[in-house]
Design a binder for this molecule. Structure first.
Ligand SMILES: O=C(O)CCC(=O)C(=O)O
Length: 276
């Protein structure tokens, strides 16, 4: 039996940065270009949604019945709203929005400059694919090991509770992909020996309310909620990671999608030039 303290002691920590204000240059130079996961523990403590997004507000705003995976029974997804979810206390049900977030919700927050997204901001037509999600979950819920959509990078802002992050350095990605079932941990909040005994160990980090985690697109990761949590996450593509996303589309063999991404990348660089 190995508890959470053992796990944290026996693994390397995700970098933390307590800078008070995160500039795009600081982020790109230290984390973005290097693809280095990091937890910003200070710069985003005062995001207004931390106060504004109460259960009452979200119950009125997130009214859509979302498809909730039931990890106890994969054949039976449930369709429930945020308000419905608040009345359920099951560790195998994790609330996650799907589809584009409403304009009302989007107006509640500003995307930090460091994480601007060439895809979401494209002037080439309304983006069809959603890159923003709200998650809410009881202790014991979480996201199974994965790499993010299109191998894009993500920021994840925690509004309430505590999350444990397992982020595998990118150098392990090929080995993990070949043996993914070994890394699909079914979390046991009392005993973390399964993670401690993995051949490739993750970087670990406890994210507290107000912390913002950056996950590079080439890192497999898993998240386990240690308490009731509420979080907002968005994926982004910009000068720091466009080549990985382009590689994803090259590998996918869909020439149409590849040429759209090529165009978005070209426009992104043109905009960067224009800002100089
Ligand atoms: O907070 C979570 O459960 C996971 C977030 C995440 O890894 C993702 O959206 O890709």
């Amino acid at each position: 039996m190995q508890n959470l303290i053992d796990l944290l002691r026996k693994t390397t920590s995700v970098a933390t940065d307590d800078v008070a204000q995160l500039t795009k240059k600081n982020f790109n130079d230290n984390y973005g270009y290097a693809g280095k996961p990091v937890n910003f523990t200070n710069a985003f403590q005062d995001m207004p949604i931390k106060i504004k997004w109460t259960h009452e507000y979200l119950s009125k705003t997130l009214v859509k019945q979302e498809k909730i995976e039931n990890t106890n029974d994969e054949s039976a997804p449930l369709y429930i709203s945020y308000a419905d979810y608040l009345n359920i206390s099951e560790p195998h049900l994790y609330f996650k929005t799907s589809g584009l977030l409403s304009a009302e919700i989007k107006e509640d927050y500003h995307i930090p400059e460091a994480f601007n997204c060439w895809y979401s901001n494209t002037k080439l037509g309304a983006p069809k694919t959603n890159l923003s999600w709200i998650y809410a979950g009881n202790a014991g819920t979480g996201s199974q090991i994965h790499r993010d959509i299109w191998w894009s990078s993500a920021w994840n802002y925690l509004l309430k509770g505590k999350k444990l992050w397992l982020i595998y350095p990118a150098i392990y990605s090929e080995a993990i992909k070949k043996n993914i079932s070994e890394y699909q941990i079914n979390p046991n909040l009392e005993d973390w020996s399964e993670v401690i005994n993995l051949p490739y160990k993750p970087l670990t980090c406890i994210q507290n309310a107000g912390d913002m985690i950056f996950v590079p697109g080439d890192c497999y990761h898993q998240v386990i909620n240690l308490e009731w949590t509420l979080s907002l996450t968005e994926n982004f593509i910009n000068e720091t990671n466009y080549d990985l996303v382009r590689t994803y589309f090259r590998n996918s063999g869909n020439r149409d999608n590849l040429s759209k991404i090529e165009m978005i990348v070209r426009k992104g660089f043109e905009q960067l030039e224009a800002q100089k």
